[in-house]
Design a protein around this ligand. Structure first.
Ligand SMILES: [Zn+2]
Ligand SMILES: [Zn+2]
Length: 212
C-alpha cells in the first residue's frame, strides 16, 4: 500500500519508546480536549451531544479535569446537572462517550495503516530499530495482517517478540541490581525508563473504551 501521512506519523512516533498506536491516540485526544475547552464549550451541537451522552466516560472526564479550566467545566457541568435532574429516565439510552468513539476510529485506522505500512522498507526498518507496540496492539496488528493475508506477519511477530525479550532482560537487570537495596542511581538510563514503560505496554490502555 502507499506510504501515507498516517504511516509517516506512526513512523515518527517510533522514537518515543512507547506504542506508536497508543501514542497517536493519546496525543490526538489531548489535542481534541484542548480544542473543546478553547472553542466548543459554547457550541450548541457539541453540548447537545455531550448532554445526550451524559458527559464523557470517567477516563475522559478525568483527562479534561486535569486541564484545570474552571470556567469551561462550570459551563458544561451546570448544563449537565440540569439535564440529568430533568431527564433521569433517559439514562439507559446513554451511548458511548464521544471521545471514546473518536479514539476507536483513530485506533482502527492506525492499526490498519501500521499493518499495511510494514511492506514499506523505511517503515519496517524504523520499527526494527526504534519501534515497539503494546501487547494489545501487537495482537490487533497481527489480526489485521492475517486478514489481509500479508506476508509480513512472521517478520512483524519476530521483531516484536525479540523486543519484548530485550525488555525482559532489562527488567531482570533492575531486579538484580535492587536485590540488596533499591537505589535508582545504580540503574542505567534504559533500566530507569523500562520499568515504567512496561506498564503501558502490558496493561491495556483501551479498557475505558470497552466498557459499554
Ligand atoms: Zn498500543
Ligand atoms: Zn471516553
Amino acid at each position: 500500500m502507499a506510504y501515507t501521512a498516517l504511516s509517516h506519523d506512526l513512523l515518527q512516533r517510533m522514537e518515543s519508546q512507547n506504542c506508536a498506536v497508543c501514542d497517536l491516540i493519546k496525543t490526538t485526544t489531548d489535542r481534541k480536549l484542548d480544542l473543546l475547552l478553547r472553542e466548543h464549550v459554547t457550541d450548541i451541537d457539541f453540548m447537545t451531544d455531550f448532554l445526550r451522552q451524559e458527559g464523557f466516560c470517567e477516563h475522559h472526564a478525568s483527562l479534561m479535569l486535569k486541564k484545570q479550566d474552571p470556567l469551561a467545566h462550570a459551563m458544561m457541568y451546570r448544563q449537565l446537572l440540569d439535564y440529568r435532574l430533568r431527564t433521569p429516565k433517559k439514562r439507559k439510552e446513554a451511548s458511548i462517550c464521544m471521545m471514546c468513539n473518536d479514539e476507536k476510529e483513530i485506533e482502527a485506522s492506525a492499526v490498519y495503516t501500521f499493518a499495511s505500512s510494514l511492506d514499506d522498507d523505511r517503515f519496517l526498518e524504523a520499527y526494527k530499530e526504534d519501534g515497539i507496540v503494546c501487547l494489545t496492539h501487537f495482537e490487533a496488528i497481527r489480526k489485521a495482517l492475517k486478514q489481509t493475508k500479508s506476508s509480513f506477519s512472521p517478520v512483524f511477530s519476530d521483531i516484536t517478540l525479540s523486543k519484548y525479550d530485550a525488555l525482559r532482560d532489562v527488567l531482570n537487570s533492575v531486579i538484580k541490581k535492587s536485590d540488596y537495596k533499591y537505589n535508582e542511581a545504580l540503574l542505567s538510563s534504559s533500566e530507569r525508563r523500562v520499568w515504567k514503560n512496561i506498564v503501558a505496554l502490558l496493561i491495556d490502555q483501551n479498557m475505558h473504551r470497552n466498557q459499554k
